[in-house]
Design a protein. Structure first.
Lengths: 208, 656, 295
């Protein structure tokens, strides 16, 4: 029962009276989740646009050039990229139905994701403690909001990852858990893509 | 422990106290009625936990109707106050309260009446028109509704506890920022709109996937009913526009709760960013409201002209063009904010372009009637009212789209007259049209034609009387949202006229509500036994009224536009009659629970009762995790049961 | 369910009469209130040009709108179900020529209006100075809660909720706010522009007739915003100079300290004149929120 999901090609206009409720669910769910990702894209775009408009409004305070540490941002980028790779490895294991491998790779992904969050929180704490919190200027507000929103998504991703891993642990690779793994991995990769944009437009361009 | 909530929040001005008491009495009466009829279990099983889009659609419309009475009461209060508040007199509302009233009016009408009606019709009709049994994500559908209902409830709560926002329906900063509006009003507004917005986005994804993936065999995109096309386009708008609103509200929330400086006066904030963002959402929003109305007319006019829609392909492209263009016109809402002439002129011209496909639609409807056999039943009356009233508003829209003209009439009552022509003349009349058209299908009995005719006259005349003078008032220099004006302006006679118009509309609305109740009371005598009272052309008329829970016993196969018409003319593939087992998703209370928790979350965030907000947030997360971890459950309707249901229906229609 | 011929006739006649009634009311109302309809009877060249644009666009729109109404009534009557004389052609679902006409004609009309709009938007840009042989008068307008402060920097006076200007002299308003977003609007002279804190907008107007013209704030800015109306008096040069002289003798003084007192929220304030003792007050107000300062 391991490759049912790759070889199974549901007819989008299949007769729904047949007693296989999962017949269509995979592609329908994935399509819907891509649409959700589009909305999340627009959501982030609004924060990016606002950052673009406000990033020079430092209100007499320090600018991105003075505040951002490119090395930290670079490490965060590498961590997240690696986590995307390990997530991909988990997906490959899922395609082969290898439950233990999935859990192992997801555990590594989780650790990487958690380190990313730890680094980011450290960066935020440092900023706040040095008097550069989000209340200081519009630039800092838009920075914290944009990067913070991404961080919030990552945190939700970590929680989601944990739940999905538990499901795989208890139920193995089934129609439902496979579908949920696919949807989760889409989300995780999406977050990585968004981070690339943040790294480029906020950190790189902020320091150059 | 209670955040900012104190007993002060329960004290109100007399006019508001009256509203709160009537609302409380109405609520108690309703609950009492349910107890009396012993219908709690039925309500729970059939309505509160349902995932059937037909039921969800009815619930959307009920909520929209309830909120309509609130929004309309707001409108009446405003016009009565303005008719009286001239010179030394100051009406019966304090300025602050007047400002709360118009803010509530706009918020209620757009988010709960407009969106509620659109989503209600969507749920009721789309699965039927595409020959499907359900939507793509039944639970998500229920969840979307309960978030909508939760936001609506929060808006009713805001009437009773504390004060609502006094910053207009879009809450421009810095007026809506902490410095100028420190109270709970704007926070109420933020959470109401935010929760409703999330529900809308989820439903938008749902119906977009439904239309793309769940059409019956043979129904290609270019043979879909036009109402389905209009919903498809509207959902594309939802997906691209609503996240902007979510983000913008987040930013305003961060300003107000965490002291950020997105839109504050000092700290480097930029209020113009809010205006841009909110209208980048706001303009697609109004098209989300109007496109389904256009879709409804595209169904009704052919049916009541006994002729296919003229220029189907043209109509589809007009919809697509409007959808695309609606994303590049947003600046016309603030030509007066000081952009350069190049920018203003560009957006003005883009706005004019949108008028072209809209005009095309009107001509196509007209020529559907040309050489048809036109019946003026209720739905067609509303179409007639639409053409007469909407066109005026459309024309003044072009006037407004020229920046130099807009400089004079921006934010005046001229603007109010224009957009009410759009939402009442266009959207609301479309809703009435669809309501009278599909009511027999959804409920199984008829509305009173006669009462609807009276309502038509009241609305048609009332609308003209309540809004045409506003154009003149705008020319006389009358700004919107004024709670008082001097005698010397000479505006008072026209304000009195406008108030009279509002009362005529009230008569129309009362007649409609009365008609609805009478129809329900007399339903046994007015049953729709054929399922096809109007000689319909699309699939929803091929099944019984009301439809069985599974919609179609056999999923139809179609091969052209207006498939039922094709069957009637003997041009369609013959259906087969071997019934099979049908699987339908099981009911679930999770949507309701998440809705209730969202209501608590919104309320506690408004009042800064943060510990309880956190608890409800964890509750929501817990419910989501629980629901998404459970296996999908289905109930089976066996082939034998299907056969019995279909046979019973046949017997009933034969004995008619 | 089907309605008879008599109903349709009644409906069409009645709705036609109602529409005509409202149409007739328009010129009647304009005539009755002609002294009060600011936008249709402008008193300055900017307002005149804006009105002309409005009228041209309106006329062009009527070219499309009138046929729509006429066709609606004709088709409703001729093709009603109870009329045996109406030709019934259920398969008439497309006509390329018709489509060309109603896509094409609106396109052409839109093109005309677009070109006109482009030109006029540039010509009537509020930031654009009015061509005149007279030297423009600069008035710095500050929207406060809930009154208008008008500063005359060159004359070194200021006025609250009232301005006096000489006829036929271009006025250059520089506008800001020490309040939420407002909008400076004197409809008899021309269009409005927003007044925003920490920002500076401009509005160029001119009065070509004598008179008192009502101005107001056209954007919701809080509880007292309805009281933000003021009079703009266009007078002779002599009367204008007399008013300036009186202001210079005023016992009220406007400096940074008295300004802060004035800026505190208050409603329905009567007009007041001041000697201006702080030359850079306007700049100071704009810059007020641009730097962090000691609370």
């Amino acid at each position: 029962m391991t490759d049912f999901t790759i070889h199974h090609t549901p007819d989008p206009q299949a007769d729904t009276s047949l007693p296989d409720p999962n017949q269509d669910t995979f592609f329908t769910t994935v399509l819907g989740f891509w649409m959700y990702l589009m909305t999340d894209c627009v959501f982030f775009a609004a924060f990016f646009a606002t950052y673009a408009v406000l990033h020079n409004n430092t209100f007499g305070g320090p600018s991105s050039r003075e505040l951002f540490s490119l090395s930290t941002a670079f490490i965060e980028t590498m961590i997240l990229l690696c986590s995307s790779v390990t997530c991909g490895m988990a997906m490959l294991a899922a395609l082969r139905g290898k439950k233990n491998q999935i859990i192992a790779w997801l555990a590594v992904t989780f650790l990487l994701g958690a380190s990313f969050m730890a680094l980011e929180l450290h960066e935020f704490t440092h900023l706040v403690e040095s008097g550069n919190s989000w209340t200081r200027s519009a630039f800092l507000s838009s920075f914290f909001a944009l990067v913070g929103t991404h961080g919030l998504h990552v945190s939700i991703g970590l929680l989601w990852m944990f739940v999905v891993t538990m499901q795989v642990f208890y139920w193995g690779v089934t129609v439902d858990t496979f579908r949920r793994l696919v949807v989760f991995s889409l989300f995780w990769h999406f977050l990585d893509v968004v981070w690339i944009f943040i790294f480029t437009f906020v950190y790189l361009m902020g320091v150059i | 422990m209670f955040g900012k909530l104190t007993l002060e929040a329960f004290k109100h001005e007399p006019s508001q106290t009256f509203a709160v008491i009537s609302m409380a009495l109405g609520g108690i009466a309703l609950i009492g009625l349910i107890f009396y009829l012993k219908r709690w279990k039925w309500l729970w099983q059939e309505w509160f936990t349902t995932v059937d889009p037909k039921r969800i659609g009815i619930m959307y419309i009920i909520v929209a109707l309830i909120l309509f009475s609130k929004g309309f009461a707001d409108a009446l209060m405003m016009r009565m106050h303005q008719a009286l508040s001239v010179g030394d007199a100051h009406g019966f509302l304090s300025p602050g309260h007047f400002q709360e009233v118009f803010s509530a009016h706009g918020t209620t009408m757009i988010f709960f009446v407009g969106m509620g009606m659109v989503f209600g019709f969507m749920n009721l009709i789309i699965p039927l028109q595409i020959g499907a049994r359900d939507v793509a994500y039944p639970f998500l559908n229920a969840l979307g509704f309960w978030l909508f209902a939760s936001a609506a409830t929060l808006s009713l709560v805001s009437l009773a506890i504390g004060r609502f926002s006094a910053t207009g329906w879009l809450a421009y900063p810095p007026l809506s920022g902490l410095e100028y509006s420190p109270g709970e009003g704007v926070d109420y507004w933020i959470w109401i709109v935010q929760i409703a917005g999330v529900g809308t986005t989820l439903s938008g994804i749902n119906f977009l996937v439904t239309i793309l993936k769940m059409r019956c065999p043979g129904m290609k995109l270019m043979t879909m009913p036009i109402f389905t096309w209009s919903i498809l386009c509207a959902m594309v708008l939802v997906i691209f526009a609503f996240p902007i609103l979510t983000a913008t509200l987040c930013m305003l929330t961060l300003d107000r709760y965490l002291g950020m400086h997105f839109f504050t006066v000092s700290g480097g904030g930029n209020l113009m960013m809010y205006v841009n963002l909110v209208w980048a959402w706001g303009h697609p929003e109004v098209y989300i409201l109007i496109l389904p109305a256009f879709g409804i007319f595209s169904e009704v006019v052919p049916t009541f002209s006994e002729k296919r829609l003229f220029g189907y392909v043209s109509m589809v492209w007009a919809l697509i063009l409007i959808t695309f263009l609606s994303f590049i016109v947003w600046l016309h809402h603030f030509f007066t904010m000081g952009a350069s002439a190049n920018v203003n002129a560009f957006f003005g011209i883009m706005t004019m372009l949108i008028a072209i496909p809209t005009g095309v639609k009107i001509f196509n409807w007209l020529f559907t009637k040309f050489r048809g056999r036109v019946h003026f039943d209720s739905p067609m009356l509303w179409f007639f009212a639409f053409v007469l009233n909407f066109t005026i508003g459309g024309m003044t829209g072009i006037l407004l789209s020229a920046p130099p003209v807009d400089f004079q009439v921006h934010n005046s009552l001229f603007l109010i007259a224009h957009f009410h022509g759009m939402v009442i003349g266009g959207m609301l009349f479309g809703v009435f049209c669809g309501f009278t058209y599909w009511f027999p299908k959804v409920t199984g009995f008829f509305l009173s034609e006669r009462l609807n005719q009276y309502a038509f006259w009241c609305w048609f005349v009332g609308f003209l009387l309540a809004f045409m003078p506003l154009y003149m008032l705008g020319f006389m220099g009358a700004t919107r949202r004024l709670d008082h004006y001097e005698e010397a302006t000479n505006w008072n006679p026209l304000f009195l006229t406008v108030a009279a118009g509002a009362f005529i509309i009230l008569c129309g609305a009362v007649i409609q509500i009365y008609g609805l109740f009478m129809s329900i009371k007399n339903r046994k005598k007015n049953m729709d036994l054929t399922g096809d009272p109007w000689n319909g052309r699309t699939l929803e008329w091929s099944i019984p009224s009301p439809p069985p829970i599974y919609n179609f016993a056999i999923i139809p196969t179609v091969d052209q536009i207006d498939p039922l018409w094709a069957i009637k003319r003997g041009q369609a593939p013959k259906p087969h009659y071997d019934y099979e087992d049908i699987l339908l998703p099981k009911n679930t209370p999770m949507g309701l629970y998440i809705g209730i928790l969202s209501l608590i979350f919104g309320f506690t965030m408004t009042w800064h009762i943060f510990w309880l907000a956190l608890v409800s947030l964890f509750g929501i997360i817990g419910c989501v995790i629980f629901k998404l971890s459970s296996p999908a459950e289905h109930e089976v309707i066996t082939a034998a049961e299907v056969k019995e249901i279909e046979a019973a229906y046949l017997r009933r229609s034969i004995t008619a | 369910m089907r309605l008879g011929k008599k109903f349709v006739r009644l409906m069409l006649i009645l709705s036609g009469i109602i529409l005509l009634l409202f149409l007739i009311m328009q010129p009647l109302t304009i005539y009755k209130f002609r002294d009060y309809i600011a936008i249709l009877f402008p008193k300055g060249i900017i307002g005149v040009k804006q009105l002309n644009l409005l009228l041209i666009i309106q006329l062009l729109m009527l070219l499309v709108v009138i046929p729509v109404y006429i066709l609606t009534f004709i088709f409703s009557w001729k093709y009603r179900a109870s009329n045996p004389k109406g030709k019934y052609d259920p398969d008439l679902v497309d006509n390329v020529i018709a489509e060309y006409i109603w896509w094409g004609v609106p396109c052409i009309l839109t093109l005309i209006i677009s070109v006109l709009t482009w030109v006029k938007t540039h010509e009537l840009d509020p930031f654009k100075a009015i061509a005149s042989d007279k030297k423009p008068l600069t008035i710095q307008a500050v929207a406060l809660q809930w009154k208008w402060l008008f500063i005359y920097p060159e004359e070194q006076i200021a006025s609250l909720n009232f301005i006096q200007i000489p006829k036929d002299v271009p006025i250059r308003f520089e506008i800001t706010a020490d309040a939420p977003m407002n909008s400076l609007w004197i409809p008899q002279l021309g269009g409005q522009i927003y007044a925003m804190p920490s920002m500076r907008t401009e509005l160029n107007l001119i009065a070509n007739e004598f008179g008192d013209f009502r101005g107001s704030s056209a954007n919701l800015s809080g509880e007292g915003f309805a009281g933000m109306h003021f009079i703009t008096r266009a007078s002779t040069e002599e009367d204008y100079q007399k008013w300036i002289a009186a202001a210079k003798q005023s016992s009220n003084v406007l400096n940074l300290v008295t300004y802060e007192q004035l800026a505190a929220p208050s409603q329905n304030i009567a007009p007041e004149i001041y000697q201006l003792k702080e030359q850079n007050l306007f700049t100071h107000i704009i810059m007020k929120y641009m730097h962090p300062h000691e609370e």
